[in-house]
Design a protein around this ligand. Structure first.
Ligand code: OAD
Length: 235
């Protein structure tokens, strides 16, 4: 009996690069002029909360200046048209996939537009600054809110759902990620264990390229729409 193939897509910073959002691993090893360990760890937040809140407040405010590009829009078209199971897992904390329009989207590293209360544990939509000890909308206590971002040493979100989707997928596609950060870098291996086909779309060969059945290299705004047209045309 034939059935519609299940697709799992993993995206990283490369898909948002042409929207103007800087990627993480620039050649100078800095992320927007900061060492990652100074802004993206729980220890950094304890040591210098003002620096960390300011850093993410700036990233959050910057979202108002960027828009989804052709690659984000193509993936939204694919989800809308796809008859099999579809899951988009992003490592990105920007909201560009959300704005392109998805129902099956998981932010495994959290979201800039969400605040996490360290007092009551609630995560709530948040678009303004977190500096200045604002009050938690859930428990009404001030001073407990932090960016709802998965920092190094913390557990990524939605791992059970992601693992189940990979175990049942027929096609796994990795887009715009360097393959440097686990567990996301290991998803291609999980998909292979499920005997899925695997495809990498990235600007250049990544650390994970040898793991994929096929790799195409070039800008996401070109590769992704072309691949989506190919997939939808071959149904
Ligand atoms: P990286 O900055 O490590 O990698 C971005 C990848 O995108 C690189 O392989 C680039 O070659 C590629 N790239 C750049 N421009 C591109 C374009 N126009 N089209 C296609 N590809 C392009 O970003 P991630 O792999 O997403 O985690 O980083 C993974 C995680 O590390 C992030 O989610 C973040 C970071 O530390 C946390 O914050 C927890």
């Amino acid at each position: 009996m034939s059935r519609h193939p299940n697709i799992v897509i993993l995206t990283g910073a490369g898909i948002s690069a042409e929207s103007g959002v800087p990627t993480f691993r620039a050649s100078d090893g800095l992320w927007e002029n900061h060492r990652i360990e100074d802004v993206a760890t729980p220890q950094a937040f304890r040591r210098n909360p003002t620096l960390v809140q300011t850093f993410y407040d700036q990233r959050r405010a910057f979202l108002g200046q960027v828009n989804p590009n052709a690659a984000h829009l193509a993936l939204a078209r694919l989800e809308a048209a796809w008859k099999g199971d579809f899951l988009l897992v992003t490592q990105n904390v920007d909201d560009l996939h959300d704005r392109a329009g998805h129902n099956q989207l998981l932010h495994m590293h959290g979201e800039l537009n969400s605040a996490l209360c360290t007092r009551c544990g609630a995560a709530r939509p948040w678009t303004g600054p977190l500096l200045g000890n604002p009050t938690c909308p859930a428990c009404r206590q001030p001073g407990g809110l932090r960016p709802d971002i998965v920092w190094f040493g913390e557990m990524p979100y939605h791992m059970n759902r992601i693992e189940a989707a990979l175990a049942a997928c027929d096609l796994f596609v990795s887009i715009g990620t360097s393959g440097a950060v686990y567990p996301a870098a290991g998803f291609v291996g999980w998909a292979r264990d499920a005997e899925a086909k695997t495809l990498e779309l990235n600007l250049e060969p990544s650390a994970g390229t040898p793991m994929f059945d096929e790799a195409r290299h070039g800008p996401a705004s070109v590769l992704v729409p072309a691949w989506v047209e190919e997939v939808l045309g071959s149904r």
